[in-house]
Every structure is written in structure tokens, then in C-alpha cells.
Ligand binder design. Structure first.
Ligand code: ZN
Length: 132
């Protein structure tokens, strides 16, 4: 998936802003390219997991549609672990078929890592991010 450095930076900034909790949000795009990042509240408000706030989810999905984009991805942060999906993430992904799952790891403060995953059908497949 193509994504600009500015959008990656926004995901990292959101991840840092929501510490100590996990953050979460949605990604809009067109033709296989991510074109917008939208912050949502983590209704679970914990560093253990994320739960997209339902009001935010609806608002963002409407916004993406109004902007003529499609929902292409969902992102969340890992505050103390690598940017790899947990079993919880794999289970949650069932509700988001076809989405690229972006995970931002803040495990190493000075070196945040964002990776993309396809978690359809309970399998784990990395999605290469073409950043530029
Ligand atoms: Zn996770």
C-alpha cells in the first residue's frame, strides 16, 4: 500500500499523544493509496487493547465517504511491543475484512515503527508499505 511519510508521521504523533494508552484510528484512500488518516478515541482507554469509539467511527466513515475516499485501513499503536499483530488483533480483524491493519510500535521511544498487515481469514500476512 502506498502511503506518504506525512501520514505515517501523523500515526506516530497520535500514538505518542495517546500514551500511556493505545491509540486507534481509520485510514481513507483511493486506488490502493492511503490518502488520509483520522484519529478516533480508544473507548477502552487502556494500553492493553483498543476499541474504536463508535461515535468517532461513524463520524469518520461519513467523512471519508463525503471526501470521495474509501475506507482502506485501520491503525492502532503498541506501546510496549513490536509492530506485529497480537491474537486479539487477529480476532478483531474479523470485523474489518479487506482492511490493511497498520500497527505503530513505540517499543523503542526514539525509533517508532509502523508496519502493515492483512489479517483476513485469521491468517497473518505482512502488507508492504510503499512510503513516499
Ligand atoms: Zn494490537
Amino acid at each position: 500500500m502506498r502511503i506518504s511519510q506525512a501520514l505515517i508521521d501523523e500515526i506516530v504523533a497520535h500514538s505518542r499523544d495517546d500514551l500511556p494508552n493505545e491509540c486507534c484510528g481509520l485510514v481513507g484512500g483511493r486506488d490502493g493509496e492511503a490518502t488520509s488518516v483520522h484519529r478516533a478515541r480508544n473507548a477502552a482507554a487502556t494500553w492493553l487493547r483498543y476499541e474504536l469509539h463508535p461515535t468517532d467511527q461513524l463520524r469518520i466513515m461519513n467523512r471519508i465517504e463525503e471526501d470521495g475516499e474509501e475506507l482502506v485501513g485501520i491503525y492502532h499503536s503498541h506501546t510496549k511491543s513490536p509492530a506485529e499483530p497480537s491474537q486479539t488483533d487477529i480476532n478483531l480483524a474479523e470485523g474489518w475484512p479487506g482492511m490493511v491493519q497498520l500497527i505503530c510500535s513505540l517499543e523503542h521511544d526514539d525509533a517508532p515503527v509502523v508496519r502493515g498487515w492483512n489479517l483476513d481469514d485469521k491468517s497473518v500476512e505482512e502488507v508492504e508499505l510503499d512510503v513516499g
